[in-house]
Design a protein around this ligand. Structure first.
Ligand code: PGA
Length: 254
């Protein structure tokens, strides 16, 4: 069995200023000494990508954007392309976060175009899926997730190949920023489902290589239990990634 390396990713959303981003990134980079076996990634706001790139230089931390457009350039006022992200030093990009899906009406089809564009450019997508509370309580979790996966990874499915570096993130909408975390077994059940979907849609090698992160109220005190689950390969952390102490505790959970 291929052992997947854990990835702890901090999604700062629309929070820190440029100055705050520099100090946050600097403190996290300083805490990376002798860290083994865990990849770390930061996703600051677009405006702070350049300064964070400098602050994490030589630390081994990966730089990610929180969104991108699928076109390389053109008349798309207010948008940022994957090519621009690469130019800024990003290696990864979060795609299809539930806040993009729900607040900005991003569809699975748009997310699919973004995933395809990102991998053609050499950016690694961190593609998010997750059900709402209503969908979970209505017993529709797996149906909703299958539809999100089928449609937002349709380009990969149609060629039968998904780059094994692609990262998926299961983020139950009801657990994001609410303080309610999925229990480790609830999360594991969904991660297993996603891994089986990868096997059916692609092959067992892809399924064994692709990392699946959990996101939704990950905190220092629940990280170890979540990470002990077989199919959970890391965390996408929002609120707790804004405080260097708590993010460093999450990274060093073991
Ligand atoms: P949270 O956010 O950790 O604040 O719940 C997670 C996310 O939205 O990625």
């Amino acid at each position: 069995m291929i052992k997947r390396r854990l990835l702890i990713a901090g999604n700062w959303k629309m929070n820190p200023s440029i100055d705050d981003s520099v100090s946050l990134a600097g403190e996290i980079a300083a805490g990376m000494d002798s860290l083994k076996g865990v990849d770390v990634l930061l996703a600051p706001p677009f405006t702070a990508l350049g300064v964070v790139r400098e602050a994490i230089k030589d630390s081994g931390i990966f730089l990610s954007a929180q969104n991108m457009h699928w076109k390389t350039n053109g008349a798309f006022t207010g948008e940022i392309s994957g090519a621009m992200l690469i130019e800024t030093g990003c290696t990864h990009v979060i795609i299809g976060h539930s806040e993009r899906r729900n607040l900005f009406h991003e569809t699975n089809e748009m997310i699919d175009l973004k995933a395809k564009a990102a991998s053609l450019l050499g950016l690694i997508p961190i593609l998010c899926v997750g059900e709402t509370l209503e969908q979970r309580e209505g017993g529709h979790t797996f149906k909703v997730l299958k539809e999100q996966l089928d449609l937002s990874l349709n380009n990969y499915r149609s060629v039968g190949i998904m780059p094994p570096s692609t990262i998926l993130a299961y983020e139950p909408v009801w657990a994001i920023g609410t303080g309610k975390t999925a229990t480790p077994s609830q999360a594991q059940e969904v991660h297993r489902f996603i891994r089986e979907w990868l096997e059916t849609s692609f092959d067992s090698k892809t399924a064994s290589q692709v990392r699946i992160l959990y996101g939704g109220s990950v905190k220092p005190d629940n990280t170890a239990d979540l990470m002990s689950q077989e199919d959970i390969d890391g965390a996408l952390v929002g609120g707790a990634s804004l405080k260097p102490d708590s993010f460093l505790q999450i990274i060093r959970f073991s």
